[in-house]
Design a protein around this ligand. Sequence first.
Ligand code: M6P
Ligand code: ZN
Length: 187
Amino acid sequence: MNDMVAAKLFFGKGRLAGGPVERLTRRIADLGDIFSDREAYARMPADQVVYEVESSFPVAAGTEGGLFIGITYIHPGKVGEEYFMTKGHFHEIRNRGEVYICMEGEGMLILMNEDHSSVWAEKMEPGSIHYINGHTAHRTANTGSTVLSFGACWPSDAGHDYRTISERGFSKILVEQNGVPTLVNKP
Ligand code: M6P
Ligand code: ZN
């Protein structure tokens, strides 16, 4: 039992507080391998913040049976027609699931099966709760004009496999078409 860890956290003033919280910022320069429109990407300011993640790790990474908690804040914006989004990942231990709970804004949770043959999306809106099955890659995109924030809870032994996504991407991307978020085959 780690007694340095607060058992109770608060989402106050738009921020996670009340215990040890790790903060991570992902800028345009950190996301070179996820956006499809390379020319539009090259025109973006390298230091522009795309999303931030606040996480609480009550147990050591790799602990079986524990849980981690996070809140992700995705800023509004697009690279070309593709919405600002997270890197996305499978879990290293593939069968581990996750839950997302949307707090503010509007967006889409983009999901892909393990052999990349199927990509689908669920609409995120304040109060929507999303169960992400194991063996399923997950990524979130902000399709609105305000910050999209959502809470996440995942097993402490799940791990993040970013390499598979970095190498192969998702087989569909989410772009604005006639003002509507639309999944299209990756160019
Ligand atoms: C959620 C959780 C985290 C993840 C974060 C950002 O909060 O799924 O585990 O780190 O979203 O997503 P990514 O790691 O794919 O950039
Ligand atoms: Zn995850």
